[in-house]
Design a protein around this ligand. Structure first.
Ligand SMILES: [Fe+2]
Ligand SMILES: [Fe+2]
Length: 284
């Protein structure tokens, strides 16, 4: 049990999402942002300590080999959403949303703004990759702001001081500006820290249009989409596509305060929507 808790400092995964939302609270100035540590409670801080210490290039390559072949069986989007719902928080049942409710709140906000159906669907599936937690992955390998491994860490990543404990920080080849990458090689060639973004991108990539793929794959890549870091690894096409990532981000960040979705009322719409883009079962 102690070993489990050691790897699970957050009481619930949403603690990380809440911290990110507080960092980018609407109306917050750049100066206030720089004081983000004031918003981080000890469990969030411990979470980042682990995330930054353990996400090495070798770890990421290992997880990609383990998961990106999608060999964990076939399930429908709905079965996976039900499965993810097991990650229920029991500390405050009145105010906390289930995982499906977070997904629907995000997608409903997208829908209300009149965006295309694929955009709504992207909101609905965007956090399904958090099932990694139920596969037994530690929190630091499921959530957290993502960042490239195998090259120098940007100072736009939160808690940069925690990278000192990462073994990669002792590998000179990985600590140059470009590291193992070529200038402007394109993000598809860059390995980001492992988490729920890359996994849901891999699962859904054959069924959704390219802007959706970018939204899913990079929605936690805050150093790039919020702070403009790592442009030296991006192509012009990546930069254009990041307009979509930025368009998606407010729906993820700020959907929580909105009203609770009326599941019964909206479910038929989502059943149609999922069936329009996905076959009954897909590989996970
Ligand atoms: Fe997410
Ligand atoms: Fe989310």
């Amino acid at each position: 049990m102690a070993a489990v808790l050691e790897n699970q400092p957050l009481q619930e995964l949403d603690e990380w999402d809440d911290f990110v939302a507080s960092r980018y609270k609407e109306g917050k100035s750049e100066d206030e942002f720089r004081n983000y540590k004031a918003d981080a409670n000890p469990t969030v801080t411990e979470f980042y300590r682990q995330n930054h210490a353990y996400q090495t290039l070798q770890f990421v390559l290992g997880k990609k080999a383990e998961y990106c072949g999608l060999t964990r069986g076939q399930k429908s989007i709905w079965e996976m959403a039900e499965y993810l719902n097991q990650l229920v928080d029991d500390s405050d049942p009145d105010t906390d949303l289930t995982q499906i409710e977070h997904l629907l709140q995000t997608s409903e906000a997208v829908r209300k703004d009149g965006h295309p159906r694929w955009f709504v669907l992207t909101g609905f599936v965007h956090d399904l990759g958090k099932v990694l937690c139920l596969y037994g992955e530690p929190q630091w390998a499921v959530v957290g702001d993502t960042f490239p491994v195998g090259c120098a860490y940007s100072d736009q990543i939160v808690f940069p001081e925690f990278f000192a404990a990462n073994p990669d920080s002792q590998v000179p080849e990985y600590q140059t500006k470009y590291g193992i990458y070529e200038p402007n090689c394109g993000l598809d060639k860059v390995h980001l820290s492992w988490g729920h973004d890359e996994y849901i991108y891999q699962v859904t990539r054959n069924y959704l249009p390219e802007p959706a793929q970018y939204m899913l794959r990079y929605h936690s890549f805050y150093p790039a989409h919020r702070h403009g870091a790592y442009k030296h690894l991006m192509t012009e096409h990546d930069e254009r596509m990041f307009n979509w990532v930025r368009a998606f981000n407010p729906y993820d960040l700020y959907s929580k305060g909105r009203e609770r979705p009326n599941m019964k009322e909206i479910l038929p719409y989502y059943q149609d929507l999922v069936a329009e883009f996905f076959p009954d079962k897909i590989n996970w």
